[in-house]
Design a protein around this ligand. Structure first.
Ligand SMILES: Cc1cc2nc3c(=O)[nH]c(=O)nc-3n(C[C@H](O)[C@H](O)[C@H](O)COP(=O)(O)OP(=O)(O)OC[C@H]3O[C@@H](n4cnc5c(N)ncnc54)[C@H](O)[C@@H]3O)c2cc1C
Length: 440
């Protein structure tokens, strides 16, 4: 083996991991399947391609993503350095020239003598080679099949579904009522259905045309975020005991058999989201089926529900605290595959996987990120046992209860001050590693 570790995936996490490892003197074989195998979204064969927006979030330390970027800078993130060099004026937001950014990341990788590039699709876990898996939300189908077999079907999610948003003015107020299942009644507008209306709605959902990126056999949804038509398919009554249950509402019409709840999506209350009604139905079908609800007969959509590929593992079940796969020693996961969401979050978990794998391979003490840092909160989130695992971006609400006050009361400046102190300490520790030690 002419290298110390293999990194699979040259997106944000994989590029950060490869460049961080090289900085520590660890040689890397970086696998990237593009351009031989394309994803549905990437457009180039460059490393570090930003697949959508050019914003990396705020710069302010009060903002969780701002703090995360500051932590990454202190830790010497090569990806953030490329972002700094590609920055565009965009007010308080940190926006970059996407082309310049990915060109810089690509140049850094191509010119690094410790990184050898292999343009190939990785299909099978090979535990004889230390490996960082950073294949992201669009992990290739063959590798997904392999991960499902090796990690267990219940630990791998393939899709995320999003619920539609509608204009509040298009809801029929005569056919709806304000009430919540606890909390302020004014927070939810409820669209009731009678028994007949409910079953007609369910049957329409069961037969409606879906918009699916792949064949139904390949589908695997996150159970906590099932599309409404998928729930309907599991039984005529599943929805009325699930997201459309009418219980807990203090006031409701006598013939209310099931209910669809609408929740404000902006401060003004002009846009409402359909609670728990994420969907993968074709657009025309969303219009047709939702208009069967009396209160939504004239519904106007702000955004249609949609489904998108988002592969991620159930971190708490399959990852150790150092992001190693519990069932495969010396294979680490990194980036969005771990269950974080966002460019900077993925970069952060690429950097952490690099430090952890370097520590293991070289026998250094592992750098531990506490929950008093934003990076540590992300690591904690993807590895802490929970019933309801759903990908997250960086935010102050990740703070575990025992570690401090919850989001509203968090003194963000104080949190950031402590976080940056701790990260400086970790950066100093890593600086002191004797990177001339040979890999084991
Ligand atoms: C459609 C979409 C839009 C998004 N928009 C945003 C946004 O606007 N802002 C934001 O902050 N986040 C966004 N995200 C979320 C996420 O942060 C990014 O997708 C981010 O790029 C994830 O980083 P990553 O390194 O984990 O994965 P990626 O950046 O996707 O990198 C993974 C790499 O692995 C390669 N690969 C996959 N399978 C294999 C294989 N078997 N062998 C070899 N190589 C392989 C891929 O080609 C890719 O280059 C979006 C996600 C999606 C799916």
């Amino acid at each position: 083996m002419g290298f110390d570790i293999r990194v699979v995936g040259g997106g944000l996490a994989g590029s950060e991991a490869a460049l961080s490892l090289a900085r520590l003197g660890v040689s890397v074989e970086l696998w990237e399947m593009r351009p031989l195998r394309k994803t549905d979204i990437h457009e180039t064969d460059r490393f570090g391609e930003l697949v959508c927006s050019n914003s990396l979030g705020s710069e302010a330390l009060r903002d969780a993503r701002g703090l995360l970027k500051a932590e990454l800078r202190l830790l010497g993130s090569a990806v953030v350095a490329c972002a700094d060099a590609s920055r565009l004026p965009a007010g308080k937001a940190f926006a970059v020239d996407k082309n310049q950014f990915s060109r810089l990341v690509t140049q850094s990788i191509q010119s690094n003598p410790l990184i050898s590039i292999r343009r190939e699709e990785y299909r099978q876990l090979d535990s004889s080679v230390p490996t960082i898996l950073a294949t992201g939300p669009l992990t290739s189908p063959d590798l997904l099949v392999e991960l499902r077999e090796r990690l267990g079907r219940e630990n791998l999610f393939f899709y995320d579904a999003v619920a539609p948003s509608i204009w509040a003015h298009s809801v029929d107020r005569e056919s709806s009522f304000l009430s919540s299942r606890g909390g302020d009644a004014a927070d939810y507008l409820n669209c009731p259905l009678t028994r007949e209306e409910y079953y007609a709605f369910v049957h329409a959902l069961q037969s409606a045309r879906r918009h699916l990126p792949v064949s139904p056999n390949e589908q695997k949804y996150f159970e906590g975020c099932l599309p409404v038509e998928e729930i309907a398919r599991r039984g005529d009554d599943a929805l009325r005991f699930g997201p459309m249950r009418p219980i807990g509402l203090r006031e409701r019409p006598d013939d209310c058999f099931a209910v669809i709840q609408l929740r404000k999506e902006n401060r003004e209350g002009t846009v409402l989201g359909l609670v728990g009604l994420q969907t993968s139905l074709a657009i025309a079908e969303q219009q047709r089926v939702l208009a069967m609800i009396p209160a939504l007969r004239n519904v106007e959509f702000v955004r249609y529900g949609l489904i998108h590929r988002n592969a991620f593992v159930r971190g708490p079940s399959v990852l150790s605290q150092d992001l190693q796969l519990k069932s495969f020693e010396r294979i680490w996961a990194a980036g969005q595959l771990c269950g974080v969401d966002g460019y900077m979050e993925s970069t952060a978990l690429g950097l952490v996987a690099a430090l952890n794998s370097a520590a293991t391979l070289r026998g250094f003490p592992r750098a531990v990120f506490s929950v008093h840092t934003m990076t540590g909160l992300l690591v904690d989130f993807v590895t802490r046992e929970t019933d309801d695992f759903q990908p997250t971006n960086a935010n102050y609400g990740l703070l575990p209860l025992e570690a401090g006050p919850k989001q509203k009361a968090v003194d963000r400046e104080a949190f950031a001050f402590v976080a940056l102190e701790q990260i400086r300490h970790i950066a100093d520790e890593v600086e002191g590693w004797d990177t001339n030690k040979t890999a084991r």
